[in-house]
Design a protein. Structure first.
Length: 378
């Protein structure tokens, strides 16, 4: 059976690896990252970055389950591809003790027996003195199987492993799908591709390809990158990732210094205070901007409050998007006998993308997913 995957991002490349290793004929379709984001007029992807948090703990059981399954295969993917992408510095999740989300984290920790340390106030300050937390903060620290991944390099790794397993990569954009009784024809910039079945994994651009067939929403996101000199980056070399649940529904996330392709070290902070919905061509327009300057100013204030001793050389913002489904879990389902979808990372998709890709592969093969894969997180 020939299976085509439209979307060569985190989920699509993972699905390609799983299907190729299972012995199927696989074609993964999707363009490379554009050389000039501001001038590019085609589709984009949200993996054009070097740092995403990875951890097993999550307030919602679905995301905890898929994350731990994916993390368990990181080293396998690195070995198969020869591309490293996982840095195991640990992950810290903190917030007001007794708050709803922190209580949910403790419940997930106990239910899934996730190894982590509990730290409060003085212990927290003594262990991670570069952070400043309000009194009454409790934190869960995962020291193993947690830290950050390079989404760029993870896609490279998945793609290389898929090719080694026999998949073909078609480095161009798909522009349409025509499903017939004998198969599916995919229009691409390099000509048509025919396949027996198709898995669509095109993230925020899915409804542009599928003509609005999916019940998903795409939101603009702004992240701030704070450039550090080499000595400051070295001072923070053992810093874990951090998500702070403030009890008001905000959860800014912070990554330690990471070296980017320009050779500089950047500490990354994200967390938009409001959701700005993007539709149609506005998604591509957003990727061509530098993000929202007002959000950037808020993130600058946030980093100064959380890390008052941080020595920042300079900083800038960049755009991203997140794709959500109504039930706050990934959309993994067939649309017809031949076309299925695997989209909507809901702001959590990078770290668990290998498991989302594996589940998408099961769906396109016509296999049923386990009950937990349908458990809403709303």
């Amino acid at each position: 059976m020939h299976i085509a995957i439209i979307g060569r991002g985190l989920i699509g490349s993972a699905a390609g690896r799983h299907l190729a290793k299972a012995g199927h004929r696989v074609t993964v379709i999707g363009p490379d990252e554009p050389a000039d984001r501001r001038a590019h007029r085609g589709v984009f992807a949200s993996h054009y970055d070097e740092g995403r948090i990875t951890r097993g703990l999550d307030p919602w059981p679905f995301w905890s389950t898929v994350s731990r399954a994916a993390i368990a295969r990181y080293r396998e993917i690195e070995a198969e591809s020869g591309v490293s992408f996982f840095t195991e510095v640990g992950s810290l999740m903190a917030g007001p003790e007794g708050s709803k989300l922190m209580n949910q984290l403790f419940e997930v920790r106990d239910r899934d027996d996730i190894a982590c340390e509990v730290l409060r106030d003085a212990e927290l300050a003594g262990r991670f003195g570069y952070f400043d937390f309000p009194t009454g903060t409790v934190a869960l620290f995962e020291s193993q199987n947690a830290g950050h991944i390079s989404p760029r390099r993870m896609v490279q790794a998945q793609s290389a492993a898929a090719e080694r397993a026999g998949a073909r990569l078609l480095r161009c954009a798909a522009t349409g799908i025509d499903e017939g009784p004998a198969g599916v024809t995919i229009a691409t910039e390099d000509g048509p591709v025919t396949a027996d079945r198709v898995l669509v994994a095109t993230g925020g651009f899915s409804n542009l390809l599928m003509q609005g067939a999916l019940d998903i929403e795409v939101y603009a996101r702004t992240v701030a990158l704070f450039r550090l000199e080499a000595d400051e980056a070295q001072r923070l070399a053992t810093m874990p990732t951090l998500i702070y649940q403030d009890g008001q529904g905000n959860d800014p996330y912070l990554l330690p210094p990471i070296r980017y392709p320009d050779g500089n070290w950047y500490l990354k902070l994200g967390g938009d205070p409001v959701d700005v919905l993007l539709e149609g061509e506005a998604i591509g327009d957003w990727f061509r901007t530098e993000g929202n300057p007002e959000v950037g100013a808020q993130l600058h204030d946030d980093i100064r409050a959380r890390m008052p001793g941080l020595r920042i050389a300079d900083w800038h913002t960049m755009p991203c998007v997140t794709t959500y489904a109504p039930d706050n879990i990934a959309t993994l389902r067939p649309l017809s006998d031949r076309v299925s979808v695997a989209v909507a990372g809901c702001g959590r998709g990078a770290k668990c993308s290998d498991e989302l890709g594996r589940l998408g592969a099961e769906v396109v093969l016509g296999n049923a997913l386990p009950d937990w894969a349908h458990e809403a997180a709303v």
